[in-house]
Ligand binder design. Structure first.
Ligand SMILES: *Cc1c(COP(=O)(O)O)cnc(C)c1O
Length: 505
């Protein structure tokens, strides 16, 4: 080691990008993205390339030893992503539940990364913490619950539900659970949900050590909603058998067909038995802002906790989920601890909030920013318009399928429509064979549609029938797209039917 005086005073690093270069490549990138958004409808939704083809593109060279120019990397990477991605921002993408990303959210993510606050602690993210608090209040107001709900932004619906699940157990489980753990607290905790509930419940039960058998999957009624009569009966039976019920999960917009459970009844059952009432509104909760839908969301204001996903129907770029809790004390009860190496003061006029005490993460990014900025750009009226139109488009799809001789409309709830291709000729005569054939036909048709790249739908199984499913959380989709999609489905359907028949002979 040389003497201190011999060292250069300024440091050169391979990571810094000087102002002029940053401007140049930054503007180029923005130009490319602006053009991409402007012309996205002309791209295929996906090229349907195989993993093998894609691996060839990425190559298999080892870790780069020496660096390349930032400009060259950005140019090459942009080309790679724009030519080989699946675009959920495409007007004809309506698979699963993934929205077109709000352009302002794209810019917000860049700004968030540039300032890079660690929103785990107030002292590390002074203004960002306040912005996240306001985002949470606005989201509560958005879905029509008291703005006194507290909460936290997380990566998505699964984590939002997990965050609430553990808070529910801390609140309603045995008092010594946190210290003694499940083994020693002598509890037989059980949670209830409808059989259509998303797989997160099982993951949560496993992750938090209860085991998957601690979830009671309650059958659904004729409208596919959690059957509250069976729910009440099961709770009573469990209590008799020595189990400890602690929570009920109501779904507000089930992932497959968009059905909303009878939240009001679930709320009163929870009240009667002193259970935590959680709502999984990852997909559907934002629709509570639509005046005509107030009725089906009745009871949402009674929930102890609610999970929602700004990266679904609020059109935030991935990732953004949110847990709302009626009494945020349940979050700190569950997640707060004060190690001595944290010098984050607790007094400060009672207003200070360290988000690490509200959830699972410690260091946290500034996800709230893209949600906060979009809520301001769009406003509640703008969201009402877009969510309302998404629902209208889904209804149009249902109507067109109903009226088409070769389609069978199946379900329509919120912005999800399911339907099947049902050819008028060339079907097996025996009803079992016909049912099986129609399932194979629609499954093959879906594969062909997805590979074709013109439109992206996903599937749902409705009473053992394989269906096509469109979920419109897409501000770029228009009436014209829906009409064209119907035509594409019928035309690819006819071809698929022909090919399947040919291959049988
Ligand atoms: C999407 C969804 C989830 C999972 O959310 P992620 O954001 O994918 O983690 C959970 N529940 C429901 C009802 C959903 O729609």
């Amino acid at each position: 080691m040389g003497k201190v005086v011999d060292k250069p005073e300024y440091r050169e690093t391979p990571i810094e990008i000087g102002k002029e270069e940053f401007r140049k490549i930054g503007y180029q990138l923005i130009d490319t993205i602006a053009h991409f958004f402007d012309t996205i409808k002309e791209y295929p939704v996906t090229r349907g390339e195989s993993p093998l083809q894609l691996q060839k593109l990425v190559g298999n060279s080892g870790l780069p030893e020496n660096g390349l120019s930032a400009e060259a990397i950005i140019t090459k990477t942009t080309e790679l992503l724009l030519n080989h991605s699946l675009f959920n921002g495409h007007p004809k993408f309506m698979g699963y539940i993934t929205s077109s990303p709000a352009p302002i959210g794209v810019l917000a993510d860049m700004l968030a990364a540039a300032t890079n606050p660690n929103v785990g602690a107030q002292i590390l993210s002074p203004i960002a913490t306040e912005i996240e608090k306001q985002t949470v209040r606005w989201l509560a107001e958005f879905i029509g619950v008291s703005p006194n709900y507290g909460g936290i932004l997380v990566s998505g619906g699964n984590i939002a539900n997990f965050t609430a699940f553990l808070a529910a157990r801390t609140a309603k489980g045995p008092k010594n659970l946190k210290e003694e753990g499940l083994n020693n607290s002598n509890s037989n905790l059980v949670a209830y949900c409808s059989k259509t509930t998303h797989t997160w419940v099982e993951k949560a039960a496993i992750l938090f050590g209860q085991g998957s058998k601690s979830v009671r999957w309650i059958p659904t009624d004729s409208e596919n909603r959690l059957d509250n009569t069976i729910l009440s009966r099961t709770i009573l039976q469990d209590q008799k058998d020595g189990y400890s019920p602690f929570m009920v999960v109501g779904t507000a917009g089930d992932v497959s067909t968009g059905v909303v459970d009878n939240l009001k009844e679930i709320a009163s059952i929870c009240e009667k038995h002193n259970l935590w009432f959680h709502i999984d509104g990852a997909y559907g909760a934002p629709a509570a802002i639509i005046h005509e839908l107030k009725g089906i969301f009745e009871g949402i204001e009674s929930a102890d906790s609610i999970a929602l996903d700004p990266h679904k129907w609020l059109y935030a770029p991935l990732e953004a989920g949110c847990t709302l809790v009626k009494n945020p004390k349940h979050l700190t009860d569950t997640y707060s601890s004060h190690p001595e190496y944290y010098n984050f003061s607790k007094e400060e006029e009672g207003q200070s909030l360290n988000f690490y005490e509200y959830g699972l993460q410690n260091s946290r990014g500034f996800r709230a920013l893209k949600v906060w900025m979009a809520l301001q750009q769009i406003g509640s009226n703008g969201y009402k318009k877009m969510i309302g139109e998404d629902i209208e488009l889904a209804k149009l799809m249902f109507e067109l399928a109903t009226n088409h001789p070769e389609l069978q409309a199946m379900t329509q709830n919120l912005s999800i429509t399911t339907f099947r291709y049902l050819p008028t000729k060339g079907l097996p005569t025996k009803s079992v064979n016909k049912a099986n054939y129609l399932n194979t036909l629609n499954e093959t048709l879906l594969d062909n549609l997805q590979q074709g790249g013109e439109v992206f739908l996903s599937n749902a199984i409705i009473q053992e029938q394989y269906c096509l499913r469109g979920c419109i959380v897409n501000f770029r989709t228009s009436v014209k797209d829906i009409k064209q999609i119907i035509e594409i489905v019928v035309s690819v359907g006819a071809k698929t039917h022909q090919e399947l028949n040919k291959s049988k002979q």
